[in-house]
Write a protein that binds this ligand. Structure first.
Ligand code: SF4
Length: 215
């Protein structure tokens, strides 16, 4: 993977590095998702946080606002973070693709999963964000993020909740995407939520340790 930054930079001034990347994303035409987007959705939060959350990609609401995780899934993400006393300001949140993937159905655009080629085209930006932020912990939200960041053969139902060691001393875990949680009903909804709540507790323990080590 090419780096967008000179390694000699030393990692300081993360805001500047991210702002430069965001400027590149705003005019990016590396894949066809550029053709139908309203806004690019780069990422938000604390660039100095030890914890980075990575989701799948912008949906309709995110495309309209330019912000990640808005609407019902965003509200649920806030609740998940609040369960361990975190807010969006404590973490950095982004997605594996920065433009909405959609398909026309019955005269209206519906969200779809990004294609492998689109994820690959966009990975240079995720890589750049990760290099700038240098997280200690990554929490992938959903299977596509986990397949991109952790392992291409990742199975979310089988492998979520486990820790994986990534390059650069990063510990990574995946849990269910909030939008997936919201699609569950009855007992499945309760069971899925319980697993997500368990995962965020484990992530928070690592987060606290990283904060303590930083001093
Ligand atoms: S999804 Fe990523 S690679 Fe594709 S156009 Fe948007 S920013 Fe560029």
């Amino acid at each position: 993977m090419d780096s967008l930054f000179d390694a000699a930079d030393g990692g300081e001034n993360r805001e500047e590095r991210l702002a430069e990347l965001a400027r590149q994303v705003a005019v990016c035409t590396r894949c066809d998702l550029a053709l139908s987007r309203t806004n690019t959705v780069f990422g938000t939060g604390d660039p100095y946080s030890p914890l980075m959350l990575i989701g799948e990609g912008p949906g309709e609401n995110e495309d309209a606002t330019g912000l990640p995780f808005v609407g019902r899934a965003g509200k649920l993400l806030d609740d998940i973070l609040a369960a361990v006393d975190l807010t969006r300001r404590d973490v950095y949140i982004t997605n594996i693709v920065k433009c909405r993937a959609a398909v026309e159905e019955g005269g209206r655009m519906k969200n779809r999963q990004p294609r492998t080629s689109e994820i690959k085209a966009c990975n240079i930006y995720l890589q750049g964000q990760t290099e700038a932020i240098k997280p200690k912990i990554i929490l992938c939200l959903g299977g596509p993020a986990a397949k991109t960041v952790i392992d291409k053969d990742f199975r979310i139902t089988k492998d979520r909740g486990k820790w994986y060691d990534l390059e650069g001393g990063i510990k990574a875990m995946a849990t269910f995407h909030p939008a997936y949680v919201l699609r569950q009903r009855g007992e499945d909804l309760q069971n899925t939520k319980r697993l997500v709540w368990k995962d965020i507790q484990a992530v928070y323990a690592e987060y606290q340790q990283a904060i303590e080590e930083r001093g």
